[in-house]
Write a protein that binds this ligand. Structure first.
Ligand SMILES: [Fe+2]
Ligand SMILES: [Fe+2]
Length: 146
């Protein structure tokens, strides 16, 4: 397995959780627990990605721009996650904002898979792409615990 397959596996999980949250309604325990799972997963994934994959990309002149773009998108999504945590889950505004987050995250993951990984394959050697898997897993576990 290389880092691209590993991140894609996480993206699939995230897409599934997004769809599950989107199917819930109102301030229910089901929505609460799925939202908690999704928000923790999305934040831990992004943090571990920045500390491993994007840290490697940003060192490469031809990787910098894309890495910075993605890190900016992580920040934007994280801000919307915080806003959602503050809003009443049973309100229409919550679902409206959630739909915005859904669009942001789906766009972000599609872009990573379609454009960023393509660039990364050019700037990172295969050995590095393989080594990053263990580093990513370790960081993500720590993020999920914290
Ligand atoms: Fe990302
Ligand atoms: Fe990602």
């Amino acid at each position: 397995m290389d880092i691209y397959e590993r991140l894609k596996k996480d993206h699939e999980k995230q897409r599934q959780l997004i769809n599950q949250v989107a199917e819930t309604s109102g301030d229910t325990s089901e929505r609460q627990s799925l939202w908690k799972e999704l928000s923790n997963e999305a934040e831990a994934h992004a943090a571990a990605e920045e500390q491993t994959f994007y840290a490697a990309m940003i060192e490469k002149p031809d990787g910098q721009e894309k890495a910075r773009h993605s890190i900016a998108e992580h920040k934007e999504a994280s801000d919307v996650i915080k806003e959602l945590d503050e809003l009443d889950m049973g309100s229409g505004g919550w679902l409206q904002k959630f739909k915005k987050l859904q669009e942001m995250l789906e766009h972000h993951m599609d872009e990573e898979e379609e454009e960023i990984f393509k660039r990364a394959r050019k700037v990172l050697d295969e050995k590095v792409a393989a080594e990053l898997v263990g580093q990513f897993d370790q960081r993500k576990q720590q993020e999920l615990k914290g």
